[in-house]
Design a protein around this ligand. Sequence first.
Ligand code: FE
Ligand code: CA
Length: 521
Amino acid sequence: MRKVNRRLFLLGGAVTAGGTALWTVPSWVRSASAAEPVIRYPFTLGVASGDPEPDSVVLWTRLAPAPLNGDGLGGMPSVNFTVSWEVSSDSNFTSIVASDTTIAVPDEAHSVHVVAGGLQPDAWYYYRFKAQNHISEVGRTRTAPALDAYPSSLKFAIASCQRWEQGWYHAYRYLANDAPDLVLFLGDYIYETLSSAPTDVRDCTITDEVDTLAQYRQRYAQYRTDPDLKNAHAAAPWSVVFDDHEVKNNWAGNDPTATSPEPGAPPISLARKGYAFRAWWENTPTRIPQPTGPSIAAYRRFQWGTLARFHMLDTRQFRDDQALDGGCSVMRSTTRTITGGAQEQWLLDGLSTQPSTWDFLGQQVFFASRDGDGDPATCSDWSTDAWDGYAASRQRITQGWVDRGVRNPVVLTGDEHRHWAANLLLDYYAGGRPVGTEFVTSSISSLNPDPDPDVSRMSRMPHVRYIGNRRGYVRCTVTPSQLVSEWIAISSAFEKNLANVTASVMARYAVVEGVPGLQSV
Ligand code: FE
Ligand code: CA
C-alpha cells in the first residue's frame, strides 16, 4: 500500500464512498523500462471508449505529457511505450474482468486503441490505463445487448460541431449528467481554421490553418484537453464520424482536382487528406483500421439487440463535387451521389436484412429538402453542401427504405449549428405522409449568426417542425413502442462559469413505432 497522487481520486471515478486516500497498487504497476525515458503524467487527453459490440468495446487513450507541443507528438519521446489497461465491473477495480498490455507507438502519436473483449452483453464497465507509474482517469463504458436480445430501452445523445475558440463545452456537462448509454458524434470534432477574433471566447494557440500531420495532431490535442469533453468521453461509449472540418471546409470526394466551393480555394492535396484522416483516427475511439493514406474505411454499423441499428455514414469521401454555381441542373442530376455507389448499396442492403425496430442513419449534413420559396423550378437557396445538393442520392435512399419496408427510419444529423426537427417525405412539393424522421442536433459550441433566415421560410417547408438557434445537443430515449427526442439548449456557451449556465428542453417530439414522422408530446 502506498499513497498516490490525490489527482486520481479527484478526476477518476475510483473514489470510494468512504473517500479513502489509499490505493492498492495494482499488480500491473511497473516502473519505466530502460528503453522508455521517464515521462510526466501522460493522460492529459483523458480516456474514451467507443463502437460497442455485445462482447467488446474499443478503449482509447493517447499519451501526451505536453499536449500542445508543436511537433504534434505531445511531448513523447520517439520510442514505443508499454501501456497497461484493465476493465472492471466495479468502479473500485476489485472485479477485474479483462486486462492486458499494449504498445503505444510514435507512428500512431502514442494513441492506444484496445479492443477489450470477452465482456458480457448489455453491461456497464469501468476502465483505466497505466503507463510507467501514471494511472489514468477512470472511464465508464458499456457493451451493446446481445444481437438477438430485445432491450426495453436505449438512451443516447447526439452531438456535433465543437469549435474550440467559439465557446465553452458546457453542453457536454449536461450530456454526461444524463448518463446516456451511447453518444453519437456526427462531425466537426475539430476545425481546421480559426474563426475571426471578435467572437472568440478562448484562445486557440495553434496555427491559423492546420495542414500538416503535426498540426492536425496538435489541434486534436488542444480540443481533447477540455475537461467537459474529457468528462463526456469518460461517461459512455461514443461512435464518432467526421464531417468536413476534420479535413477542410466543404471538401468533397477523393478527386484531387475537386475544388472547394470557396471561390479560388485550391484543391486539397491527397497528402493533406491522409494527415487529416490519420489524426482523426488517432484521436477517436473508433473500431476501424488505422488509415494509411488518403482514404479511410469509416462507414460502419452496429446494433442494440433487435431494438435499434445505427448505420454510421460517410457523406464526404465518396460524394460528387459540389455544384459550385448552384445550378439546378447539376443538383438535380439523376446520377448524382453523396454516398458513392458502394456505400449506398451497403446502406440499402443493411436496411433490408436482419430487421430491427428502429434504424438510425448517423450522418453529417441536412437530409430533408429546404426549398425556401416552395417552387420546384428554382433552387437558388438550396444548400449545395447538404443532401439538397445531391437530390437524386436522397431520393434513391428514401425510396430504397420505403421499398424495403423499413418501419422506422430516423436520420440523425449534425453540421447545422442549429437544432432542427423534420419529417422526411418521398416528394417534398406534393407533400403526403411522412416516410421517415430527421433529428438535427445543434452545435456544442460553434456559432451560427442570428437571425435565422430559415425560420421565416418555415411556412413554405411544412415538413419542418422546429428550428432553434442555441448551442446544445439532442437526447433520444428509444423503446419498442416509441422514440422520444428532446432538443436541449444551454443558455450560453460564452459564459465560462458553468454555475451561471442553465440547460433547457426547447422541443420534445415522439415518433410512434410504425408511424414515421414527428408527433407532439
Ligand atoms: Fe460545424
Ligand atoms: Ca425553389
